[in-house]
Design a protein around this ligand. Structure first.
Ligand SMILES: [Zn+2]
Length: 419
């Protein structure tokens, strides 16, 4: 909502919004009422959910908020009994993730530690609903605010492994890996048959799918973003060099068709500003143009380290924040917003475009593919209502292999639904 306003500190445990018509809205200060030195602690996490009921304009959709005080009253025209600012700050700043929770083996915040997941409210764009709700209160009291945003479908692709067969005879070592490491005879047989056909008859590589994904994206009016890893060394996660001829030609082809090329910083760069800077510079040099978009490989991300590192290298938009197992709104929003630099207590120069769904959800979600697909449809519906961005991730390597046989149809189904 783009509105000009004047902020006045009353040093009272509540906030009052005064509209141009003279009408007033009040709500309690619960989160920021705590001593500012101990804001970010487990005692200050929200506890209970309060459901906000709505009229027919919302088609009966209610939404959850927290930091409520049932006793709060004030003599204003509208009284909210929940801390609007506390809710927005909790969702957007991600301060909860800097608490000392156990992290996974790649040092990532674990989905189940999220308050939103614990309360099963991660399928609600809470921040965006708060905005709609506030807008309807403003409207009721004579302040009409136009929506300046439009719904957008953003289809993104992380290029981790560029091709299934690195050369004509690499299928032999891949098949051996299927047998020894993955202990999967069916995979090994598939690799052998596809590999022989690729080597002898020159059939396409199963993961040569970038052009196909681009065409599907374009047919649904999606913005396409491809993220490339600029570092090929042991444990970096990449299987290619960005300076390889085939990669450069591919990036040129994608760029010529209006796809955006972003950087996919390799493993461990999320807290290594020097390495991150090197990789962003390398990609900029290869492309001979600026690169503003970034997503961390493996979605490794920690505040404020990753934010500071991205700021230093002048990245404008990150898109790493996503629950790994669950489709949903990790930041409570589908709208691009400035990240919070807690070290310097200011809005970051880096914006976040939250990722709402990725192909791996189908493998990782405990309830199976049909539940995931139902949830994605709900997320798309809600994201359209709030004129947000439905941001999805589908890897070029999530096709054709038996591991993806059951799920690959969802790529086009989701695009169709989200168009
Ligand atoms: Zn990756």
């Amino acid at each position: 909502m783009s509105l000009s306003y004047v902020l006045e500190d009353l040093s009272e445990p509540y906030t009052i919004i005064v509209l141009p018509s003279g009408k007033t809205i009040s709500f309690p200060d619960i989160f920021f009422a705590t001593d500012s030195d101990s804001l970010y602690c487990r005692d200050n996490l929200p506890q209970d959910i309060l459901w906000i009921e709505n009229d027919e304009e919302w088609q009966g959709e209610r939404f959850p908020v927290f930091y409520a005080d049932a006793e709060f009253t004030y003599s204003t025209d509208e009284v909210l009994i929940w801390d609007l600012v506390g809710v927005l700050f909790f969702c957007l700043s991600r301060w909860e993730e800097s608490l000392n929770y156990t992290r996974d083996r790649y040092d990532r915040f674990i989905d189940e530690n999220s308050f939103l997941v614990k309360q099963s409210i991660h399928l609600y764009p809470i921040v965006d609903y708060c905005e709609l709700y506030l807008r309807s209160l403003f409207d009721r009291h004579g302040l009409i605010v136009d929506t300046v945003r439009q719904y957008e479908l953003v289809s993104t692709h992380d290029v981790d492994i560029h091709r299934y067969f690195r050369n004509s005879w690499s299928f032999l070592s891949v098949a051996l890996g299927d047998l020894i490491h993955r202990k999967n005879i069916a995979y090994a047989w598939w690799t052998l048959t596809r590999g022989i056909s690729h080597a002898i008859r020159g059939t396409d590589d199963p993961w040569d799918t970038d052009r196909y994904m681009l065409e599907e994206d374009r047919a649904r009016g999606a913005t396409s973003i491809y993220y490339y890893i600029p570092c090929k060394k042991k444990n970096s996660g990449a299987s290619y060099h960005i300076s390889d001829d085939i990669i450069q030609k591919e990036m040129e082809m994608l760029g010529a068709q209006d796809a955006v090329i972003g950087v996919h910083p390799s493993l461990s760069t999320y807290r290594d500003p020097a390495q991150l800077s090197q990789e962003v510079t390398d990609l900029r040099n290869v492309l001979d143009m600026d690169v503003h978009e970034s997503r961390q490989h493996f979605l490794q991300w920690i505040a404020p380290d990753t934010i500071e590192a991205l700021e230093q290298v002048n990245i404008k938009i990150d898109s790493s924040l996503h629950f790994r197992k669950y489709p949903g709104y990790r930041c409570g929003t589908s709208v691009i917003f400035p990240l919070w630099n807690s070290l310097q207590r200011r809005a970051s120069t880096v914006y976040e475009r939250p990722l709402l769904f990725m192909d791996q959800n189908f493998h990782l979600h405990p309830s199976g593919a049909s539940t995931v697909y139902e949830q994605i449809q709900l997320i798309i519906k809600r994201t359209k209502v709030v004129s947000g961005n439905f941001v999805m991730l589908w890897h070029n390597s999530s096709f054709n292999h038996p591991e993806w046989k059951e799920y690959q149809k969802y790529f086009t189904l989701i695009l169709q639904h989200a168009a």
